[in-house]
Each structure stands twice: as structure tokens, then as C-alpha cells.
Design a protein around this ligand. Structure first.
Ligand SMILES: Nc1nc2c(c(=O)[nH]1)N[C@H]1C(S)=C(S)[C@@H](COP(=O)(O)O)O[C@H]1N2
Ligand SMILES: [Mo]
Length: 203
């Protein structure tokens, strides 16, 4: 029996519903670190983010302004395209939906781009960031998000592969029409549903 089959048996033995683990994934307790390039460092007060694009009133938020907004806590599974999954991760943040509501999202908007430091981007259909669990987050397991995991602020879109959740988020953009993000230009799937194993172009 191979590693993936053993891991699936362990998931059942641990009492989890095995249908939570998408095809081709294994469960880990660890929190692997995955990104291209350097971890940005921000001086106090330096970080901010923009809410912009197909909206009536674009605006910026400092860390203090963001974290003063009404926030929610979400406990959810996450799935990386490199095949690790982690169950029951807990995050605190503001719903993307609420930020776009404040900006006056236009009816004409169809897609979304998350913009991170150094030009990393991820694209999504707008509907996928208007649900309850799509958050701009600053806390992981009740603590500030570590810089290597995207702190001070990252995106969380847990129902898609984790590359769709940019670390070091600096902007969220509503758009008319889709545009490929960083990994999407480099062979990764435009949508990225782990339960349909949409890893690469053509999956
Ligand atoms: N800015 C930025 N965000 C990123 C990435 C990246 O390279 N740069 N990698 C993505 C990928 S592929 C994954 S799996 C997750 C990893 O998050 P973690 O390092 O906190 O586990 O971040 C995503 N967000
Ligand atoms: Mo990933």
C-alpha cells in the first residue's frame, strides 16, 4: 500500500469524514510554507490595501482600519495543489463581500483578482469571493498571521486550491471579464476546484 492510501486510512482511523479529503491529496498536521520570491517586511503603519476596479468608490485601508471593521471567524479545510491538505484551520477577517459592498460593487463586475506584494496575482470568478468564507484575514489560530504565511494580511478562499489565496495581500479588484493570474499564466487551472482536481490547464 502506498503513501496516499495509508494516509487515507489514517484519516478514517482519526475519525474524519474521508470525503473531506479531495482526490489526490494527503492530510497533514503541519503547515507547509509555499511561495515564490521573498517574504516582504513592512515598517509599522506601512501596509495598506486597495479595494478597486468595477466599483463606484474605490478606497484604501490601513491595517488599523481593516481590523476595526466587523470581522468573522471561519474554521475550514485548506488544500494546496502540491497535494497537502490541512483540516480545521481557523482564521479571522473581513468578508470580501462586505468590502465590495462598501465600495459599491457594480452589477457589471464578473471576475476578481487578488493582488499581492511583488505582483503576485490570483484570478477568480466574482461569485467565488462573495460567499461567507471568502475573507481578507489577519489572524490564524487566534494569533497574528506569521510573515511566512502571508502576514500581516492575506486572502482566504478555502474552497479552491490555496494558490488562489494570495499572501501579503495589497489589493482586491473587481473586473469585467477574466484575466489569468500568476500561476494561471504558468499552467495552473483558471478555476482550481480541488474536489474536481482542477490542478492544471486541461484538467
Ligand atoms: N503572494 C503570494 N501568495 C501566495 C503564493 C505566492 O507565491 N505568493 N503561493 C500560493 C500557494 S501555491 C499556496 S499553497 C499558499 C501557501 O500558503 P502557506 O505558505 O501559508 O501555506 O499561498 C499561496 N499564496
Ligand atoms: Mo500551492
Amino acid at each position: 500500500m502506498g503513501f496516499f492510501e495509508r494516509n487515507r486510512d489514517d484519516v478514517v482511523a482519526a475519525g474524519y469524514d474521508p470525503s473531506r479529503l479531495p482526490p489526490g491529496q494527503y492530510l497533514t498536521d503541519r503547515f507547509p510554507v509555499l511561495h515564490v520570491g521573498d517574504v516582504p517586511e513592512y515598517a509599522p503603519g506601512e501596509w495598506n490595501m486597495r479595494i478597486f476596479g468595477e466599483v463606484e468608490r474605490d478606497f484604501s485601508l490601513t491595517f488599523e482600519e481593516l481590523t476595526a471593521l466587523p470581522s468573522v471567524e471561519v474554521t475550514t479545510d485548506i488544500h494546496c495543489v502540491t497535494k497537502w491538505s490541512k483540516f480545521d484551520t481557523t482564521w479571522r477577517g473581513v468578508r470580501v463581500r462586505d468590502l465590495f459592498e462598501r465600495a459599491g460593487l457594480r452589477q457589471t463586475a464578473t471576475h476578481f483578482v487578488g493582488h499581492a506584494e511583488y505582483g503576485y496575482t490570483a484570478n477568480l470568478p466574482l461569485a467565488d469571493v462573495l460567499g461567507d468564507d471568502a475573507l481578507v484575514v489577519w489572524e490564524y489560530e487566534g494569533e497574528a498571521i506569521e510573515p511566512i504565511h502571508g502576514g500581516p494580511v492575506r486572502l482566504l478562499v478555502p474552497h479552491l486550491y490555496f494558490w488562489k489565496s494570495p499572501k501579503w495581500l495589497r489589493g482586491i479588484e473587481a473586473r469585467v471579464g477574466d484575466v489569468a493570474g500568476f500561476w494561471e499564466r504558468n499552467g495552473y487551472h483558471m478555476y482550481g476546484d480541488p474536489f474536481r482536481e482542477q490542478r492544471f490547464w486541461g484538467d
